[in-house]
Write a protein that binds this ligand. Structure first.
Ligand code: FE
Length: 130
């Protein structure tokens, strides 16, 4: 897969301030404020930065966390993970495999069959209705 590399300046041109801060500076949207938290429509969730297909509504569930949650990414090529030691915690960060956009974190308290909870910022995503 061809990776996308842009400078902060180039990202700022195509992203809103909040999208830029979350995806390029590893920010977090406030819980329960994201536009996709309650979205139950069928479709795909693509990267707001590069359009890469990341998650499917098929694997979305209500975790009660305040952020859109999935128990599985769309496929193995969709995302990459990395250990994150920021904020005095050890967490696993999730980013777009194509453009490195920060998406959120993955935790091991999800539902069957994976028991994973991909906790994702709405602003990192662009929903494409099926
Ligand atoms: Fe991306």
């Amino acid at each position: 897969m061809e990776k996308i590399n842009k400078t902060d300046e180039e990202w700022r041109e195509i992203l809103s301030e909040e999208e830029f801060l979350v995806t390029r500076k590893k920010g977090t949207e406030r819980a329960f404020t994201g536009k996709y938290y309650k979205n139950e429509e069928n479709g795909l969730y693509n990267c707001i930065c590069c359009g890469h297909e990341l998650f499917s509504s098929e694997h979305k569930y209500d975790s009660g966390s305040g952020w859109p949650s999935f128990y599985l990414p769309l496929n193995q090529e969709s995302i990459e993970t990395e250990t994150d030691f920021s904020h005095f915690m050890k967490r696993t960060e999730v980013h777009c495999s194509k453009c490195n956009a920060h998406l959120g974190h993955v935790f091991d308290d999800g539902p069957e069959p994976t028991r994973l909870r991909y906790c994702i910022n709405s602003v990192s995503l662009k929903f494409q209705k099926k």
